[in-house]
Design a protein around this ligand. Structure first.
Ligand code: PLP
Length: 450
C-alpha cells in the first residue's frame, strides 16, 4: 500500500497572495484569514504546506477512489503530454485514445450502454445528458417533450440545466433569475423520523416515487423528456434511496415513455461496492452522467453513458452532416483519456469495487459507533459512503458541522460537510485501521465541539 511522501517545500503565501483567487463554494474571507493549503498527496494522505499529514476521509471531493498519486495514472498523463498535447475529440477530428476509452467504458457497463459522450466535469455531463434527452425527443417527433423532473435536495452541478433540475435552494437563490422554465421536482426521500440510523437502504419511503404521478397528472406525461436523480444523493448529505424507490421510479418512467437519467458523478466507479450504482441497485437508467472517479480526479473529465437506441435515433434524424450541435473544446482531451484509461486499469486489476463491497460492513459498523456521540441525530451509510447528521445549533445552522470539520482538519482528518451533515467517502483503498482512525478522529472532534 502506498504511504505518504515527504512534502515538497511549498512557497509561503502571505495574506495578499490569496487575494486574486475567488474560490468556489468557499467562505472566501474566512478562508483567507486562516487558509487550509495542500501541497502534496500520496495514497490515503494529503500533506499540507506546513508539512502536516491529513488522512483523506472524502477521496478529495468524492474523486480519488483509487487513492492519491497513482504511478500508472501519472505516467500515462506524462506520456500523453509528451506525445499528443492536444487534439480535439469532436469538431470533425479525433484521436485514438478517446475511442479506446469509450470502448473500455462501455465494457465497464457490461455493454448496457454502448455510446459515450465526453465532457470535462460533472456539471457538463449533466447539461449534456439533458440536451441529449431533448434532442432524442425532437428526433423522435415528440417535440412537446421539453420538461424535466429533478428531485428536492438533488445536486446536479452548477450549469443552468443542472441548477434547474437540482433541488438545493441555496444554490439558486443568489442568482434571482428564472432558470430552465420547465423543471419540476419530486420530494426528497430523507425521513429521519421513519428511518433513523438506517444501515444501507432505509425500509420506508418507496412510495415517494409516486409523486411523479402527480407531476404527470398536472403536466401531462407526454410533455416530460426525462427524470434525473442521483441514485444516492451525495452533496445534500448522503441520502440513501428507500428500498424499492428507484425500481418504482423506473417503472413509472417506463409506463409514460419518460427517459430516466442517473447522475452517477459520485456513485460511479466503485463507491457503493459495485462499478455503478445502477448495477448495485439493479435498476438501469437510459443515460448516466459520470465525472470525478473516471480519471481518479487527476485530470478534469466527465462522460455521459448513452443507450445505443438513443444515439441511433438522434444521429439517424439527420440525412447527413453534424447530428448533435453540442461539444466541448476539451471534451475527450488526450491527457484526460490517458488518465481515465489508466484509472480504469487500476479499478480492474485491484478490483476496487469488490474491495469497497468487502469493506462496507466494517465501515458500516465503524460509522454507526458514532450514533451516541453528542448531538448526533442520524447516522446512515451505503457502500463506502456515510452521512452523520448533527442537531443544528439554535439560530446557527451549519455552524456545528463547520466546527467539527475545522477541528478534524486541525487533527489531521479531511471530512466534508453540507449544512449540519458530515459526509465520509474515503478512497476505496482504505485499510481497516484507517477506517478506525477516521472514526476515532471524527468521534473525538464531535466530543470536543459539543
Ligand atoms: N452531479 C453530482 C451528483 C455531483 O455530486 C457533482 C459534484 O459534486 C456534480 C454533478 C457536478 O460535478 P462538477 O463539480 O465536476 O461539475
Amino acid at each position: 500500500m502506498t504511504t505518504a511522501t515527504k512534502p515538497t517545500p511549498a512557497p509561503v503565501l502571505t495574506a495578499t497572495d490569496l487575494d486574486a483567487h475567488w474560490m468556489g463554494f468557499t467562505a472566501n474571507r474566512a478562508f483567507k484569514r486562516a487558509p487550509r493549503l495542500l501541497a502534496s498527496a500520496k495514497g490515503m494522505h494529503y500533506t499540507t504546506v506546513d508539512g502536516r499529514q491529513v488522512l483523506d476521509g472524502v477521496a478529495g471531493l468524492w474523486c480519488v477512489n483509487a487513492g492519491h498519486g497513482r504511478d500508472g495514472i501519472t505516467q500515462a498523463i506524462a506520456k500523453s503530454a509528451a506525445t499528443l498535447d492536444y487534439a480535439p475529440a469532436g469538431f470533425q477530428l479525433g484521436h485514438p485514445t478517446a475511442f479506446a476509452l469509450a470502448d473500455k467504458l462501455t465494457a465497464f457497463t457490461n455493454n448496457k450502454f454502448e455510446r459515450v459522450f465526453f465532457t470535462n466535469s460533472g456539471s457538463e455531463s449533466v447539461d449534456t445528458s439533458l440536451k441529449i434527452a431533448l434532442a432524442y425527443w425532437q428526433a423522435a417527433g415528440e417535440t412537446q417533450r421539453v420538461r424535466f423532473v429533478g428531485r428536492l435536495r438533488g445536486y446536479h452541478g452548477v450549469g443552468f440545466g443542472g441548477m434547474s433540475v437540482g433541488g438545493i435552494d441555496a444554490n439558486k437563490k443568489a442568482f434571482g433569475a428564472q432558470l430552465l422554465p420547465h423543471a419540476d421536482h419530486l420530494p426528497h426521500t430523507h425521513d429521519i423520523a421513519a428511518n433513523r440510523h438506517a444501515r444501507g437502504q432505509p425500509g420506508t419511503g418507496a412510495e415517494l416515487a409516486d409523486a411523479l404521478e402527480e407531476i404527470i397528472a398536472k403536466r401531462g406525461g407526454e410533455t416530460i423528456a426525462a427524470v434525473i436523480v442521483e441514485p444516492v444523493a451525495g452533496s445534500a448529505g448522503v441520502l440513501v434511496p428507500p428500498k424499492g424507490y428507484l425500481e418504482r421510479l423506473r417503472a413509472l418512467c417506463d409506463s409514460h415513455g419518460i427517459l430516466l437519467i442517473f447522475d452517477e458523478v459520485i456513485t460511479g466507479f466503485g463507491r457503493l461496492g459495485a462499478t455503478f450504482a445502477s448495477e448495485y441497485f439493479g435498476v438501469t437508467p437510459d443515460l448516466v452522467t459520470l465525472a470525478k472517479g473516471l480519471t481518479n480526479g487527476a485530470v478534469p473529465m466527465g462522460a455521459v453513458l448513452i443507450r445505443k437506441e438513443i444515439y441511433d435515433r438522434v444521429t439517424g434524424a439527420t440525412e447527413s452532416g453534424i447530428e448533435f450541435m453540442h461539444g466541448y473544446t476539451y471534451g475527450g482531451h488526450p491527457l484526460a483519456c490517458a488518465a481515465a484509461l489508466a484509472s480504469l486499469e487500476i479499478h480492474s486489476t485491484e478490483r476496487l469495487a469488490e474491495r469497497a463491497n468487502m469493506l462496507a460492513p466494517y465501515f458500516e459498523q465503524a460509522v454507526h459507533s458514532l450514533r451516541d456521540h453528542p448531538h448526533v441525530a442520524d447516522v446512515r451509510n451505503i457502500g463506502l459512503m456515510a452521512g452523520i447528521e448533527l442537531e443544528s445549533r439554535p439560530g446557527k445552522p451549519a455552524s456545528r458541522a463547520l466546527d467539527v470539520y475545522l477541528d478534524c482538519f486541525r487533527e489531521g482528518l479531511l471530512i466534508r460537510y453540507t449544512g449540519d451533515i458530515i459526509a465520509l467517502s474515503p478512497p476505496l483503498i482504505i485499510e481497516k485501521a484507517q477506517i478506525d482512525e477516521v472514526v476515532d478522529k471524527l468521534g473525538a472532534a464531535l466530543k470536543r465541539v459539543a
